[in-house]
Ligand binder design. Sequence first.
Ligand SMILES: Nc1ncnc2c1ncn2[C@@H]1O[C@H](COP(=O)(O)OP(=O)(O)OP(=O)(O)O)[C@@H](O)[C@H]1O
Ligand SMILES: C[C@H](N)[C@H](N)CCCCCC(=O)O
Ligand SMILES: [Mg+2]
Length: 203
Amino acid sequence: MKGVFVTGTDTDVGKTLVSAWLVRNWAADYWKPIQTGLSESSDSMTVARLAPAARIHPPAVGLQAPLSPHEAARRERVRIDLSALAPPVTANALVVEGAGGAMVPINETALMVDLMERLRLPVVVVARSGLGTINHTLMTLEVLRRRHVPILGVVMNGQKNPANRQAIEHYGAVTVLAEIQPLPAVTETLVASLPPPDFPCPG
Ligand SMILES: Nc1ncnc2c1ncn2[C@@H]1O[C@H](COP(=O)(O)OP(=O)(O)OP(=O)(O)O)[C@@H](O)[C@H]1O
Ligand SMILES: C[C@H](N)[C@H](N)CCCCCC(=O)O
Ligand SMILES: [Mg+2]
């Protein structure tokens, strides 16, 4: 399977923005396996807005509460089974976006990193650029390496911070693939104006 799994050091770090940026530039499909918070605008709707030409595959699981998948599922008296999260069939590359970060629970035993392990796609870690990101990024990388999940690199999202970039690359033994600057608004035009990724889509 061609493509990447986009995880983050946290929720709200810019995974959907980065996913839309990759989808646009790689003419890839998009898939959010587990969407919680259905009452709000979904990530798939956001990617459809930012990358209108993209083929968007529906989530395998959609839950109402804007919470961790395991808790949102509990509140709806359902259980998310990893085997139900089979990737869509496509000849295109696939950008898969996780929910929250790598250690987010899916059910009573499985975590988001278990899904990454099953899908075996190289992982892009989206990280904030500011104070606190070094710890969060290094911990995320540690979790991925412990599970032998292939890491493509880190995308830093926010004001440029050369010292934090250097620390993440040095202590994380990882490449910062891109630095996405704060946009005045997240619109298709402005996402299209971002420099394209200077790294190829794996596979
Ligand atoms: N570089 C940026 N410039 C301006 N706004 C941004 C930028 N990156 C992200 N945002 C905004 O920050 C919020 C969080 O971004 P996003 O939804 O991509 O995070 P996420 O990691 O996908 O969150 P979730 O864990 O809910 O999927 C959104 O409102 C998004 O529009
Ligand atoms: C609802 C939110 N936008 C995400 N989809 C889910 C984030 C789960 C985070 C769980 C946690 O790390 O505490
Ligand atoms: Mg998102």
